[in-house]
Ligand binder design. Structure first.
Ligand SMILES: Cc1cc2nc3c(=O)[nH]c(=O)nc-3n(C[C@H](O)[C@H](O)[C@H](O)COP(=O)(O)O)c2cc1C
Length: 188
């Protein structure tokens, strides 16, 4: 078992080259979500795996400017759900959390298979629903952009995006988010 390797290897790369998308790959990724935990085993996650060339082309209209790099995707996974598919415990809604966890499993498995799986928030949920026929009451939470990592930097990237290709963006140090035994306010 080597989950840590996938955790460390996973990166939100933006320079992509084509990846082969097979039915077997889609089943493998779907299984990675299927086996995840969820509140009361509600399994609120829903996915459309878009790999047909014409459908991918249509999905380009749903990408925000700044995400032009995602036009090189070999597959786009639309991730959606709605509150009543999962636990609502007083004011605590769990559909976002559970769908996020299952999607993380997809992303790590894709990483293990040598793919880039990059979630984005810069897209239009409305256009995504229209293009893919997703019901109105569903919240499209993210699109996961899938491809293979290319060593040649995508020409549409900004300076900041190019820097992020070369080096992982910095992270908070442990004391800023990982407390021992009780919450502690950090000195600025
Ligand atoms: C919910 C979510 C939304 C994101 N939206 C975008 C996006 O719209 N465009 C983009 O290029 N990257 C997007 N990212 C990628 C992050 O910028 C990236 O994960 C972060 O900078 C850390 O880099 P790393 O994943 O390579 O370690 C998103 C990531 C997440 C989890």
């Amino acid at each position: 078992m080597d989950v840590k390797e996938a955790i460390k290897k996973r990166r939100a790369y933006r320079s992509l080259m084509p990846a082969e998308i097979t039915e077997q790959l889609i089943d493998d990724l779907a299984e990675s979500a299927q086996l995840f935990c969820s509140c009361f085993n509600n399994q609120p996650w829903r996915y459309v795996f878009v790999y047909d060339k014409d459908m991918l082309q249509k999905m380009h209209a749903a990408l925000s400017s700044g995400n032009e790099w995602a036009r090189a995707a070999s597959m786009i996974i639309a991730v959606f759900s709605k509150p009543d598919l999962d636990c609502l415990i007083r004011d605590r809604e769990y559909y976002f959390f559970d769908t996020g966890m299952a999607t993380a499993a997809i992303i790590l498995r894709a990483t293990e298979l040598g793919l880039v799986a990059h979630p984005i928030a810069g897209f239009s949920p409305k256009k995504t629903r229209e293009i893919l026929g997703i019901p109105e009451d569903m919240e499209v939470i993210t699109l996961v952009i899938v491809g293979r990592h290319s060593d040649s930097i995508s020409p549409v990237l900004s300076e900041k995006q190019i820097a992020a290709e070369k080096q992982r963006p910095s992270r908070l140090p442990f004391p800023a988010f990982a407390y021992r035994n009780r919450f502690q306010i950090q000195d600025e």
